[in-house]
Write a protein that binds this ligand. Sequence first.
Ligand code: CP
Length: 336
Amino acid sequence: MNSLVGQHVLSVDQFDRDTIKEIFTVADQMRPYAKREKRTSVLNGAILGNLFFEPSTRTRVSFGTAFNLLGGFVRETTGIGSSALAKGESLFDTARVLSGYSDIVAMRHPDSGSVAEFAVGSRVPVINGGDGANEHPTQALLDLYTIEKELAYHGGSLDGMHIAMIGDLKYGRTVHSLSKLLTLFKNIRFTLISPTELGMPTKVLDVIENAGHKFHITDSMEGQFDADICYQTRIQEERFPSKEEANKYRGKFRLNQDIYTRHFQSKTVIMHPLPRDSRADANELDNDLNMNPNLAIFRQTDNGVLVRMALFAMTLGVEHLVAKYEHNVPWYKPTE
Ligand code: CP
């Protein structure tokens, strides 16, 4: 039995290197199903409660897609306003009720610690799809999976890598979770580029330092970064006291082809958890990078389905049965 059976997935703190390797091996096995070369009905009859109390495109839809690809059914609840939380129901009661209707729950909520609080009342495994500025463990896993694949393509590996994280490192939960996950590997170098006010929280820096890794903090994009990975982030406008406050930081750390060429190696992989803010004044990750082969943002989103399929299969203990419930796919599929 794998170590995730029946477990909640709430924080990257619960993972070690062996578990990550196991998840990534299962994720690799999910590729033919995610690409619709084959299908499986291993979770036929199982129900995912997909609870998103904060806006989401890729996390919500890829959780649902991953569950569907394993043959399961998805029941969506979106927005606090459309649930009884708006009438003052507690997370504990909501969890007690909804876990009676589902085999597993994926959940996003605007408050830090809320998904863990929900999990206390849940009778089924709960997967954290992002809790406030705190954590986004499945994003960190898919980011790590992508980094491993991208580095392998360039002949590198996770151990000894150098990552530059750029932008809103204070409120960006993906960089918190990814940083902590990376500390499980050897000799990671972090370059943390942000306005001083939006720097990486001390509690994350402590985890990096205590694990023996090196970090360099700067509020400037000047100079040359020999980073393997450039991880750009969005200003998390929704977590600022006001939109005007968030506007102060827009465009400060823009990445376009020219800036990329000046500051990074020609092989540096460009990542972003998305959504990128494509409004004219955002100046975040420009469209002129779209055809750059090192832009991995849509490989990240594709990999998210594989990793989430692996997590569902493992928490529900069916990863070894996926191929047994396999079927052919008769419908038209475009070639890539
Ligand atoms: N990366 C991410 O969490 O995207 P969504 O907000 O669209 O889910």
